[in-house]
Design a protein around this ligand. Sequence first.
Ligand code: GLA
Length: 665
Amino acid sequence: MYPERPAGIAYGGDYNPEQWPREVQEEDVALMREAGVNLVSLGLFSWALMEPAEGRYAFGWLDEIIDRLHAAGIAVDLATPTAAPPAWFVAGHPDVLPVTRDGIRIGFGGRQSACSSAPAFRAATARLVRALGEHYRDHPAVVMWHVHNEYGAPLGECYCEHSLVAWRDWLRRTYLDLGALNEAWGTTFWGQHYTEWHQIDLPGFNHTVVNPAQRLDFARFSDAEHREHYILQRDILSELTPGLPVTTNFAGTVNCKSADLWQWARELDVIANDHYLKAERPDNHIDLAMSADLARSVAGGEPWMLMEHSAGAVNWQPRNIAKRPGEMRRNSLAHVARGSDSVLFFQFRASRFGAEKFHSGMVPHAGTSSRQWREVVELGADLRRLAGVRGSRVEAEVAVVWDWESYWALELDWRPSVDLTFRERVDAFYEALWREHVTVDFVHPSADISGYRVVVAPSAYLLAESSAKNLHRYVEAGGHLLVSYFSGIVDEHDTIHPGAHPGALREVLGLSVEEFHPLREHETVAVDGFPGKIWSERVNLAGARSVRDFTGGPDAGHPAVTRHDLGAGSAWYLATAPVTGLRELLGEVLDHAGVTRPRGLPDTLELVRRGRHLFLINHGGEPVTVAGVTGTALLDGTRCDGSVTVAAGAVSVVLDDTPHQGEPG
Ligand code: GLA
């Protein structure tokens, strides 16, 4: 359920008027109108103002602001302020303060200063959210609810006494009997056998490594506890205002490791994502694209909301590189290209005080006589021209497997190499596909993947038997699967699948791995055609054939890239991390699978089709001409008759408005 209002693409962002005197608040609304802002998020951190003392609600100040916005035609995404419990509450319930893994109870003064499992926090949340919901249920400006802020960041796991109680409960509900838990956790190892539930502790700091199955379950539990806190609020709000969508903003799909967004997505009416550039990375627009594609994927292909990004610099990275002219526009339109129906920022006006005073806003400290404000106003005009994009879908022929549980398990302690990380592999494949101008979806390995020509599984370490069967069926039915090393190794309890690696995938890949040979830091190993890094291993063929062999290192003369023709499809395997040459290898698989893509374009041009709109975003320093494009370039109103030229750093969105067969001319 996407919010009905505002129409077209939503434009605006977090708005914190409580930091400003009335005259600035009035100026803000005038500026919003100038820029075409039509949606703001209010109240995110305002619990202390909404409820200055227990049970005493004060919404008058907020009424005034919401009425002013409403009079100006600006819709409100109203937040529940539970990410900032007030000082009076924490002082009265110091036990709600979260405890870190090494046993330190955090103090008050930041945000997210209450444990999602703490009963007092849950009770106070429910009371406040009901009061807020009852007060605003009929206000015409409120078009959606925004619960909390970025669950999981910074508070992921909590090791307090309330977490311990909830953890034991969760284990009891999950395993029902202690024997099943002992079995799943492999407690015969290091003599950890439990005979009573109350013996089970939190997997806190230890002078050695804590049972990995216990830690994996604790990651599941911690995420589920935050979700419970969300659901508590969502249920109250849905009861009071059944017609309004409820969401919470993800702390960056690709960055918030602790939240399993496949699970979260089921509980949200609309997916909302935040994304901030890794400012120092020159190609950070690729990470942006990945974040957006993952947001669309967890939304099941439905349009989603970019709830936050930045107009310029952030303030929390080591070097906060400001966005250059045109960069905010490219960033914003890339999110829209990949399925967002909103462009929202943190925050409307940059703060004068507090921890984020050096963070950019749509209105910078320099005011409106600034490049940044001019770009904000121009972007508003661009988005009005793109109103027709709303609701349209992005189609992808290629999918990349992304499973948070596998991500968690892969990065626990004592793996064969510290260089084995999920993001290292997934980023490498995503970047190669991005540079090949191939749009991808992300999928859970148990999902219906039958519609994709190619599925890539980068280091899918944890793979349940049923997911492995899903991949097997996919290949037999004509799909093309590309798997990288250290995949299909363990089941959902981090127990190694029986027999030689990769236990869950031996059959579909037509091979087994006899021995792992992780490489030294910076060491490379020669493969026929490219150097490999991080990993080498001894692959024994059992149905697959070698496409390229290692020519050096511990596995010289043995397969490094293999292909197994199975049923109507093929399963490819890559036993190292190519330093160069991944694009070429991927190209072979894409060609074999019949994935068409534009050729001869610079790999700095982002090209995405959304419905009948072709987005061309030029991240390079030279103009690019793309042939075969006909339609109306919406941002400047020109016609394209067979080609379009996109200036350096510019964006073009071409609407294919030629009548198609079967449509009225
Ligand atoms: C997060 C938060 C915002 C703000 C921004 C700053 O995404 O949700 O409240 O702190 O970061 O970049």
